[in-house]
Ligand binder design. Structure first.
Ligand code: CP
Length: 331
């Protein structure tokens, strides 16, 4: 692996999940792989899970880690080319990324969208420029349109919680269960990026193609995701129909892609509750976190026995570690 930006950087999803679960079983097996190699994590936006899990993954591989909070500690970045820098920006991304590339063997970058200009956000201009100027392997810690470390984590968590054996006539036999995975839109008071649902959809569509699961998306009218991320998914505006017989329910808010960055639906109607989940196959509940309790997802589900949210967050380490391992092996 050279860079990690999307599901396109992974061929076989079962294989990478298996490799991540082997790292989970034996976190220190590759302690010497990253020795004397520096990982630089650059944040233009806040983070809890991505920051800590990626640091922990790097330390498990013997790497050293530096974290730069560009939004708080760095110079104000100019990303446009051909401008006279006589305004508020102090340092151009050309120099900033190049300098950080000199200090590090691998870099990670978090950069959220503006949600003001769809064309600019979906061009991934900032991420692409950083990648080009740093001249080092670059891992997305969430970009304007995708959050691949989260999506890999989600797939690991789904497959880890999918039974691989069944009792038949008192005997345990191997089965290849194909769970029904549902992504449901949920309410929020803030306009959030589409990066998590885009990325989750892109990974689940590929997992469906590879025969690992069946994938359904449900959302109110006006919240259709960019079609490039949803090829092959069943899409419905009927949440109850989507939830029927679901094995995993992935809850997430996003702002509109069509009316870019806007909140079109308010109220609690779409918030998953135990009552709504009665039509599922006792579905496991997933959310990338942070979550707004009793707005996006009911406390009863978050605190209930079918919630996977903490296991999911814990698995962020193994997703980051398998990606770092594959890049280190390719340096
Ligand atoms: N899910 C996730 O990426 O969490 P953070 O924003 O806290 O890193």
């Amino acid at each position: 692996m050279k860079n990690f930006f999307s599901v396109a950087d992974v061929d076989n999803l079962s294989t990478i999940v298996q490799e991540a679960l082997e790292l989970k079983a034996n976190p220190n097996a590759f302690r010497s792989l990253g020795q004397y190699k520096m990982l630089g994590l650059v944040f233009l936006n806040p983070s809890l899970r991505t920051r800590l899990s990626t640091q922990k993954a790097a330390l498990n591989l013997g790497m050293d880690v530096m974290v730069m909070n560009m939004d708080k500690d760095g110079w104000a970045l100019e990303t446009r080319d051909g401008v006279v820098m006589d305004g508020t920006t102090v340092e151009h991304i050309r120099e900033a990324a190049a300098v950080m590339g000199e200090y590090c063997a691998i870099l990670g970058l978090r950069s959220f969208p503006s949600l003001k200009d769809r064309k600019e956000d979906y061009s991934e201009d900032l991420f692409n420029k950083f990648s080009s100027y740093c001249k080092k392997p670059l891992i997305s810690l969430e970009s304007a349109t995708r959050h691949p470390l989260q999506s890999l984590t989600d797939l690991i968590t789904i497959l880890e919680n999918t039974p691989s054996t069944q009792e038949v006539d008192g005997q345990s036999v191997s089965v290849r269960a194909k769970p029904k995975v549902v992504l449901t839109w949920a309410p929020h008071v803030k306009a959030l990026p589409q990066a998590v649902p885009n990325s989750f959809a892109e990974w689940m569509c590929k997992a469906q193609e590879q025969g690992l699961l069946d994938f359904t998306i449900t959302h109110p009218a006006g919240y259709e995701l960019d079609e490039q991320f949803t090829q092959g998914a069943t899409i419905t505006g009927n949440q109850n129909e989507a939830l029927s017989n679901a094995d995993f329910v992935y809850v997430k808010n996003w702002s509109s892609y069509q009316e870019y960055g806007k909140i079109l639906v308010t109220g609690r109607e779409w918030m998953p509750t135990p009552e709504k989940l009665k039509v599922t196959n006792r579905a496991k509940i997933m959310h990338c976190l942070p979550v707004r309790r009793d707005l996006e997802l009911s406390s009863a589900l978050l605190d209930g026995p079918d919630s996977l949210v903490i296991q999911e967050a814990s698995n962020r380490v193994w997703a980051a570690q398998v990606v770092l391992k594959r890049i280190l092996e390719n340096l």
